[in-house]
Design a protein around this ligand. Sequence first.
Ligand code: FNR
Length: 371
Amino acid sequence: MEENIIPPSFEQLEAKAEEFLDAKPYDYVAASAGAEVTVRQNNQSFDKWQIIPRMFRDTSERDLSVELFGNKLSYPLLCAPIGVQSIVHPEGELASARGAAAMDVPFIASTASTYSLEKTAEEMGEKDKWFQLYWSSDLEIAASMVKRAEKAGYSAIVITLDTPMMGWREKDIDHAYLPFLQAEGIGNYLSDPVFLSRLDKSPQEDMRSAIMLWSQIFGNPSLTWEDLDFIKAQTSLPIVLKGILHPDDARLAVQHGADGVIVSNHGGRQVDGAIPAIDALPEIVDAVEDNIPVLMDSGIRRGSDIVKAVALGAKAVLVGRPYMYGLALAGEKGVQQVLRNLIADFDLTMALSGKKSVRELNRGMLKIQNG
Ligand code: FNR
């Protein structure tokens, strides 16, 4: 890898990825729903939270680790589930998973991956990995994927609640681009015995019919809280609900037996105008009252963003687009370098704020601008 192919600045990283990629895949990754208000505000909202550093605190030894579902994570950081990764690099999720594993960052494999969850798991060996479920309207397919994930060694199931259908993504509509239609995001379906049993001909003989079936069963807008028991009955793994933005939904998650929630607006890709995730976080942390861990994503770009999210009560954060740009520019090594930069910046910012452990990050170290 060229020395400076992965710049430390997010803005430069994004600009390089834009220069490198064709417009369609770049826009699929970078853009979001509607007028892209939420994706902008996801980033800007971090700015209004200000860190008040403390001095003379002996930060020579630091502990960045956290405990989550009985596992020790080296950092409060995971790679967000991102589908169709082969649109930016031929090795897609396989390269991302290796890059994440090399940095000791758990990788969350998406249902909408190019490669099967089993192949992706193999790339990570014993390293911690989670599986993200898009809950199909064909319940047997949803159950099958969860069981496959448990068997393949994933340690948690993330259920994404905010995407029973795709948001209004104007650039993709304009480009007439849905990478799933090129079979870039259906690897977990083409390797699923239940999905295959629903087809008259194998995908090799008739890919069009496989894609048609996928489009019919991908999402499930009829789900309600009562349905959660169905997935819980399929697995003994912890269930983490992604896409929570309202404190009442966080309370419902606790009541219905979820093991964790992820405060997220899907990187602004679903409801344009939705509340920035960092602004939704504090009330949700208060609502769950330490019953279950709260994670967050949408807008994590720098170490100070992680410090702020953890100080506001997130147990850990997920990073999305930045590692996709690393993947696009330099494959596995690019993912590694993006994560390395983020972790180094987090470690430094924590130390310079006068904190020697993630456990010491708390709301008292933040001031809200004009608040
Ligand atoms: C996503 N995201 C996503 N989420 C999910 O649960 N399953 C998925 O398959 C995908 N796919 C996906 C593709 C692309 C190209 C992007 C950018 C995002 C959402 C993702 O997990 C996460 O919520 C956001 O990416 C976080 O925001 P940032 O870090 O990208 O701002």
